[in-house]
Design a protein around this ligand. Structure first.
Ligand SMILES: NC(=O)c1ccc[n+]([C@@H]2O[C@H](COP(=O)([O-])OP(=O)(O)OC[C@H]3O[C@@H](n4cnc5c(N)ncnc54)[C@H](O)[C@@H]3O)[C@@H](O)[C@H]2O)c1
Length: 354
């Protein structure tokens, strides 16, 4: 299998490449990432170095990293021509809800133009009778559910009311993928990820930024006065789901009208067990103390501030994973405490080294 993983210096992308090397060798992997400075680049460099080290242990596989922008159509086309990918996993994107309020351009470039370039390259991978891309897997997000009040969120629910540009780009990706699946018979699977966390994760996310702040003695802000619930999903569960899904492309079929039925699927991938933000902060602080990152007598109450809801945020995320269980016999299961423990242990080693 020859596979393109975009966003391979990112949190989920690098974890996926690692898993593929370990579990799917021999394999040919190309990683593409612009290594942008949306957050601390040293974490992206750490992930990339780690991948080189792991790849060296699997000489029967090849792993090639290319630094480049998804919005560079000529580059994307060149990669598809040179490597003839069987599978494409598009994880590169401008992530983050709040940043999309101040930096909308980044979302249009990466999430819309970049994704369009991937779709076009998939389409042309079949030119001249070539077998082409057999499965396009791409990241969507739980944020497409906007402020839907019916929980758990099901992929059958209406998701036409995004409350951030980020969410709008992710919903657009699903729509664009549907059109390309129908027109060009490209098997595609969109994955709505629910708050992914873990070692070497994203510093812009609450568990990570809270940790940074608490260490510095700063105050953490807990939005909606703590009345928020999040379905936290541990990175290993996400990667296991991705690995299974990669091998389960939607079937190509011909409909009664003689035209292809779009080989198109969208799944939720979340823990399906939303945690209250205040409970989450409690577990985080206990695990930071356990890892020796914070002292036993740390005064949390004086470093906590309950504040109103932020623009673009939603009060709850909760995944209905029935379809994932039915089609892939899999459901994320890591308890929050176990995942935060692994994060705290990694954090200690990473920042002590620095
Ligand atoms: N982590 C989560 O909780 C979560 C939740 C829902 C959806 N997602 C989605 O999952 C995917 C992966 O998320 P992540 O948490 O690993 O984020 P991440 O920011 O760690 O990784 C994304 C990577 O994409 C790269 N990138 C961005 N724009 C690019 C471009 N134009 N060309 C090439 N590379 C580019 C970045 O440099 C980054 O390394 C994203 O699509 C994100 O929107 C993540």
């Amino acid at each position: 299998m020859t596979i393109l993983v975009t966003g391979s210096a990112g949190f989920i992308g690098s974890s996926l490449v690692e898993r593929l090397l370990i579990a799917e060798s021999p394999i040919r992997i190309v990683g593409l990432d612009s290594v942008n400075d949306y957050y601390d680049i040293t974490i992206k460099e750490y992930r990339l170095n780690r991948l080189q080290q792991i790849a060296a242990q699997y000489p029967e596989s090849t792993y090639t990293f290319i630094k480049g922008n998804l919005a560079d159509k000529a580059l994307v086309n060149r990669l598809f021509t040179d490597y003839r990918f069987d599978v494409v996993v598009n994880l590169a994107a401008q992530a983050g809800v709040r940043y999309s309020i101040t930096n909308p351009d980044a979302y249009i470039e990466s999430n819309l133009i970049g994704f369009y370039n991937i779709l076009e390259a998939c389409r042309h991978s079949y030119d001249n009778g070539q077998s082409g891309v057999q499965h396009l897997v791409y990241a969507s997000s739980s944020s497409v559910y906007g402020s839907n009040t019916k929980v758990p969120y099901s992929t059958d629910d209406k998701v036409d009311n995004p409350v951030s540009l980020y969410a709008a780009t992710k919903k657009s990706n699903e729509l664009m993928a549907h059109a390309y699946s129908k027109l060009y018979d490209i098997p595609s699977t969109g994955l709505r990820f629910f708050t992914v966390y873990g070692p070497a994760g994203r510093p812009d996310m609450a568990y990570f930024s809270f940790t940074n702040k608490l260490i510095k003695g700063d105050t953490i802000q807990i939005f909606n006065y703590g009345n928020c619930k999040r379905d936290f999903t541990y990175i290993d569960d996400i990667v296991e789901g991705l690995q299974r899904i990669i091998h389960g492309a939607p079937q190509r079929k011909i409909g009664e009208d003689g035209l292809p039925v779009p080989p198109y699927k969208v799944y939720n991938i979340g823990n399906s067990n939303p945690e209250n933000l205040l409970d989450f902060v409690q577990i985080l602080q206990e695990e930071l103390i356990r890892a020796g990152i914070l002292p036993e007598d740390y005064n949390f109450e004086s470093h906590k501030q309950l504040v109103p809801m932020q623009l673009g945020d939603v009060p709850i995320t909760y995944a209905d994973t029935t379809a994932l269980e039915r089609d892939f016999n899999f459901k994320p299961h890591t308890p929050l405490r176990d995942g935060l423990r692994k994060f705290a242990e990694w954090y200690k080693i990473f920042y002590m080294k620095k």
